[in-house]
Unconditional design. Structure first.
Length: 424
C-alpha cells in the first residue's frame, strides 16, 4: 500500500508530489502531465501571471521557471509574458526532475478501503494508498451558462476546448465572457482570420496595468507591494495569506473567492484587442437556438431590458470554472455524498492542511478556493499549498496505524550443524 496517491499532474499535483517525494513518502502520481496547458489552450496564448510567480513548488531552491528558461534559450523576466507552450514544457521538465515517474492513465474511481483508499484506473487496475490528494485541475468544472448548455457541441464550445483556433478562419464567432480567456480567445480568432464579436454582461472591460518594476523606492513599494497575483495590499492578502483567508467567515470567503481578482485582461493584450474585436457590452444571453440554416441565434437583453438578437456561426463560452464536487465523477458515490461542504458552496470543507472531512482525503487547486481564497485559482497558490498539504499527509500517516500484516505460518527451524570433533 502506497503512502500517498496524487491524482492530477498539473502545477498543484506536481508540486505536492515533489514535496512528498522529498519527504521520503512512497507515492504514485496519476494524470497526463500539464494536460490543461498542453491540450486545452490554443497555441499563441501567454501566461497572465509574472514568470517569478509562476514557479512550481519544490522544497529546495531549484526547479524554477527561470532555470528552465535559461536552459532552453529564452528569458523569464518581470514584465515579459511567457508563452503557454513554454510553461507546459517547464511543467514536464519539472516532473522529470522532481517527481517519481507519472502514470498518465486516467483515474476513474477513488473509494474508501480498509486502511485507506482504492484507486482504479480506466483499464481496471487498482492500487491502494493510505492517503489521496485530488489535484484534478479545472477541466471537470467548466462552466457554461444554462442558455448555451443546450446547444449542440458542434455549435457551442467552452474556451478550454480548443487547441487550434485556426479552424474558425472565415467564421462568425460569438465569444461570451469578459476575462482574460474571453479577450485573448477573441483576439486570437481575429488574428487567425475569424470574425469574432465579444458578448459580455459588464458595461466596461477591465484591463490590468503595466506591472510596476520589482526594484522601487521603499515608500512606493510599501504603498503598493508586489504579490504573486499583482500589486496592492488587498491583492497581497489574497495572494500571500491564504491561511488568514481561511479564518474569515464563510460568507465573506465565498464572496471574496467569487469577486476578488475578478475578470480583467492582461496589459500586454490590450493593444492587440482594441479596434479588432467588435463588442456587445452590457448584454446578457437570455436564450439560444439553432436556426434552420444551422447558425445560432443568441437572444440578448441589455441593462435597460432592451432585447436584441445576434446570429453567429459558433459560440465560445469563455465563462470560467465553478468548483463543484458533483462534477467530480471519480469519487465513490458514498464518499461524495458524505463529505462536508463549505457553507453556500459545492466545495469541500478543508482543514488548514487541506484535509477534507474524510480523514486522509486531501484537495488541492480550484476545489480549495472557497476555503483558502482566489489564490487557489492560480499557479501561484501551489507554493502555499504543497508544503502544508504534505505536512498534513505526514501527520495523518503518523497518527493512523498501518494495516496489520497477516500472520504467516511458522517456518521450521533449520537442523543444527555438527560441531567440530563430533562423530561415532
Amino acid at each position: 500500500m502506497y503512502d500517498l496517491a496524487v491524482i492530477g499532474a498539473g502545477p498543484y499535483g506536481l508540486s505536492v508530489a515533489a514535496h512528498a517525494a522529498a519527504a521520503g513518502l512512497d507515492l504514485r502520481v496519476f494524470g497526463r502531465v500539464m494536460a490543461s496547458w498542453r491540450d486545452h489552450m490554443p497555441g499563441g496564448m501567454f501566461l497572465k501571471s509574472e514568470p517569478w510567480s509562476s514557479n512550481l513548488s519544490h522544497p529546495g531552491s531549484g526547479h524554477t521557471l527561470g532555470q528552465y528558461a535559461a536552459a532552453h534559450g529564452f528569458e523569464a523576466v518581470h514584465g515579459r509574458p511567457i508563452p503557454v507552450d513554454a510553461f507546459a514544457g517547464y511543467g514536464a521538465w519539472f516532473a522529470g526532475r522532481a517527481v517519481p515517474a507519472v502514470d498518465e492513465r486516467t483515474v476513474t474511481l477513488v473509494a474508501p478501503a480498509d486502511g485507506g483508499f482504492r484507486v482504479r484506473t480506466a483499464d481496471g487496475e487498482e492500487v491502494r494508498a493510505r492517503t489521496v490528494v485530488l489535484a484534478v485541475g479545472v477541466m471537470p468544472f467548466r462552466d457554461v451558462p444554462a442558455p448555451l448548455a443546450a446547444l449542440p457541441a458542434g455549435l457551442c464550445t467552452h474556451s478550454s476546448g480548443h487547441r487550434d483556433l485556426g479552424a474558425f478562419a472565415g467564421t462568425d464567432v460569438a465569444v461570451v465572457g469578459a476575462g482574460q480567456a474571453a479577450l485573448e480567445t477573441a483576439t486570437l480568432l481575429a488574428e487567425l482570420g475569424a470574425r469574432p464579436v465579444l458578448v459580455a454582461r459588464t458595461r466596461r472591460l477591465r484591463w490590468n496595468t503595466l506591472p510596476a518594476p520589482l526594484d522601487r523606492p521603499l515608500p512606493r513599494a510599501m504603498r503598493t507591494p508586489h504579490s504573486g497575483l499583482g500589486t496592492g495590499w488587498s491583492t497581497w492578502v489574497w495572494a500571500e495569506l491564504p491561511g488568514a483567508v481561511r479564518r474569515l467567515p464563510a460568507r465573506t470567503r465565498r464572496r471574496r473567492a467569487d469577486t476578488a481578482l475578478g475578470p480583467a485582461g492582461a496589459w500586454w493584450l490590450r493593444e492587440r484587442y482594441e479596434g479588432r474585436v467588435p463588442e456587445l457590452l452590457g448584454r446578457t444571453v437570455r436564450a439560444a437556438q439553432v436556426r434552420p440554416d444551422g447558425r445560432v441565434r443568441l437572444e440578448l437583453r441589455g441593462p435597460d431590458g432592451t432585447r436584441s438578437a445576434l446570429d453567429t456561426g459558433h459560440v465560445v463560452a469563455a465563462t470560467g470554472f465553478t468548483p463543484d464536487l458533483e462534477r467530480l465523477h471519480l469519487l465513490d458515490d458514498t464518499l461524495g455524498r458524505t463529505l462536508r461542504l463549505s457553507p453556500g458552496t459545492r466545495a469541500p470543507v478543508l482543514s488548514a492542511a487541506f484535509e477534507s472531512s474524510h480523514p486522509g482525503l486531501f484537495f488541492a487547486g480550484l476545489l480549495s478556493a472557497p476555503t483558502f481564497g482566489p489564490a487557489m485559482r492560480f499557479v501561484h497558490g501551489a507554493t502555499y499549498t504543497a508544503a502544508r498539504l504534505v505536512t498534513g499527509v505526514r501527520r495523518h500517516l503518523r497518527t493512523t496505524p498501518r494495516r496489520p500484516a497477516l500472520p504467516q505460518p511458522a517456518r521450521p527451524l533449520p537442523a543444527p550443524e555438527p560441531t567440530a570433533g563430533a562423530g561415532h
